[in-house]
Design a protein around this ligand. Sequence first.
Ligand code: PLP
Ligand code: ZN
Length: 421
Amino acid sequence: MSADTAALSTNTSLDLGSARALSCRECGHEIPLAPEFACPECFGPLEVAYDFGDVTRERIEAGPKSIWRYAPLLPVPADVARHPNTEPGLTRLVRAERLGAELGIKRLWVKDDTGNPTHSFKDRVVAVALAAARELGFRVLACPSTGNLANAVAAAAARAGWRSVVLIPKSLERAKIQMTAVYDGTLIAVDGNYDDVNRLATELAAEEEDWAFVNVNVRPYYAEGSKTLGFEVAEQLGWRLPGQIVVPVASGSQLTKVDKAFGELGKLGLVEPTPYRMFGAQATGCSPVSTAYAQGQDVVRPVRPDTIARSLAIGNPADGPYVLDSVRRTGGAVTDVSDSEVVDAIRLLARTEGIFAETAGGVTVACTRKLVESGQLDPDADTVLLITGDGLKTLDAVADHARPTAVVSASTAAVREALAG
Ligand SMILES: *Cc1c(COP(=O)(O)O)cnc(C)c1O
Ligand SMILES: [Zn+2]
């Protein structure tokens, strides 16, 4: 650690709100808040532990119209909204009656996270990582990414006036490369897949001590940002928990943190602690967690990804075992669907609800259909689907299907002919 960072991270004036310590998910050992991600005792993953004060619905409702309304429940200073950041969140929760009718679910909602500043849920985790990293003394934001994280890191760093260093597999979708490069940070395309890029980032994080790798050395703070999806769903349902929720799984962080959010809301008395079931969605071409679930195993065997759902293509998911814990504890499941089912589901969501999702959204909708058909999802329970990214990012997925109905000359006769045909 550099002298600068070390000085700040041991500084007693460190203000990360109600965050108290980092605690090991395996052995419970606690260390002071710092840019660390692995337990010094057992190398288990660290997560943020809190001493929550008195948090009320009224105070949250009176807060900013962004994730910062939940600042008292995040590892960020109370005045976080005063610093330049991307202000994601408070995206629409849409009652999806037409999609529900198609899927056979009576009360269905879609959480439409395409509406975030860089069009995916990653703006949530990055905004929290940036806010925590600022307190921890960093001024460079970095990440390995499958695309959406790259967009969010480059944009948030630009807004904050920080440098960004983003590592991606060079085979990424063109839109995701351009949507990162335009913010003018440092973008490195690596000849390898995401797991290669992630390993490279972990090595670099050990050497570049002044870089906050959002999903490596500041991962415990970053991960807390996913809780805001759970908080918003509950608030937007009128301060209650859904009966079941379907969440796409890449590293698995999002699913475990939505579960954590529902648990915290119940403990704090912000909602009735009613039972809910967590469901995970993967693409068959990268389904290590779904496979472990189906085989009744606790360990997740790494795979080599091959799917159009690149934003979920993490072959060695860090939080895989915790996803298994979460779905088994709540009575949910994990499943997976083929790439052609993903494309059909993107089109189904667009046709029924007017929402154009990227491939990860197709994975969520297609897995929902499969889980209803197999009887694992209850058609009578209040159900929420997380649609986490925008279809503009993965236009190629629907290129064969999303075409003009007809191409005609500029005459009414020609249009009539096309309408009749
Ligand atoms: C990263 C990502 C996810 C899942 O993230 P994890 O927390 O790593 O499981 C889901 N959807 C989209 C669009 C993403 O970019
Ligand atoms: Zn430990």
